[in-house]
Design a protein around this ligand. Structure first.
Ligand code: SAM
Length: 282
């Protein structure tokens, strides 16, 4: 099958279909031939593995995944790309293309229907406008997946892969670390895409835990506390949590002290356990 990551081939296919890129759908297609094979390899796609791909575009990464995995389910929202994919990767009998919005799809059902008896991973060059909602959906839905290997804006990857308790961390760092161990894999320059975005990108892998880091009675409360603590990150956790959740300062102060947290600290200094203790008590 023809290699797709060559820029001449991609331009020829897209012009034949009269395709114009949709900025709103985050369409920046990979044209650097070294990126997709590397991503596919690092995603754990292989024998006995089913892969969910989000946003296949014209199929550059899809092709590499189909070569390695037992089965690939590729979810693409843009119906103009369906006939293109039929031409470029339709020859793979281990591929199922689904024309849908990943945020609306029941992924548990998809896994049950398509990947019986297989280990499951996710691999995608994500549309950047929905990076956080997609990642949180994959993790919060408690899908039986082993790893999520995704290309995202470099800044987003740095935030997610930061140490919890470091200056670079944020609410998303804590949320992702509750379900997985994030790992930065490699950087990708803006020039690797067509059209080139304004920012550089990076590929990271979330190694998903079989069970979340600790048992909580109410996961939602944990995330509410985390978001509230980071909502005004320059303020103390006492001020940020009480003003974001509309709670009396004295109440929040007692909760923090009982949780062993200094009310004057900033959210970025707190550990996973600190957040868990606060959410148990609040
Ligand atoms: N995988 C291709 C590549 O690397 O060249 C394309 C990546 S491009 C950054 C993102 C892709 O996601 C586009 O094909 C876009 O149409 C698709 N997309 C955008 N929003 C989506 C959604 N909500 N559900 C599924 N696919 C989506």
């Amino acid at each position: 099958m023809k290699k797709l990551s060559d820029i001449g081939t991609i331009k020829e296919i897209l012009s034949r279909y009269g395709f114009n890129f949709s900025k709103g759908l985050g369409q920046n297609f990979l044209v650097n031939p070294s990126v997709c094979p590397r991503m596919a390899e690092l995603s754990f796609a292989g024998e006995g593995v089913g892969v969910i791909e989000i946003g296949p575009g014209i199929g550059v990464l899809t092709q590499e995944l189909c070569e390695l995995a037992d089965k690939v389910a590729a979810i693409e929202i843009d119906k103009r790309l369906i006939p293109v994919l039929e031409e470029t990767v339709g020859g793979y009998d281990n591929l199922k293309v689904i024309n849908d919005d990943v945020l609306k799809l029941d992924l548990n059902k998809l896994i049950e229907d398509e990947f019986k008896g297989m280990r499951v991973v996710v691999c995608a060059n994500l549309p950047y406008y929905i990076t956080s909602p997609v990642i949180m959906k994959l993790l919060e839905d408690r899908l039986p997946i082993e790893a999520v290997t995704v290309m995202v804006q470099r800044e987003a990857a740095q935030r997610i892969c930061a140490e919890v308790g470091s200056r670079e961390s944020g609410a998303v760092t804590v949320a992702v670390n509750f379900y997985s161990k994030p790992e930065m894999l490699f950087n990708v320059s803006a020039g690797s895409f067509m059209p080139a975005p304004k920012v550089d990108s990076a590929v990271m892998r979330l190694n998903v835990y079989k069970e979340p880091l600790f048992e909580l009675e109410d996961d939602k409360k944990f995330f509410t506390v985390v978001k509230a603590a980071f909502a005004q990150r320059r303020k103390t956790v006492l001020n940020s949590i009480s003003s974001s959740l509309g709670l009396e300062k004295s109440v929040v102060n007692d909760v923090l002290l009982d949780s062993g947290v200094d009310p004057r600290s900033r959210a970025e200094k707190l550990t996973m356990n600190d957040f868990a203790e606060i959410s148990r008590r609040i």
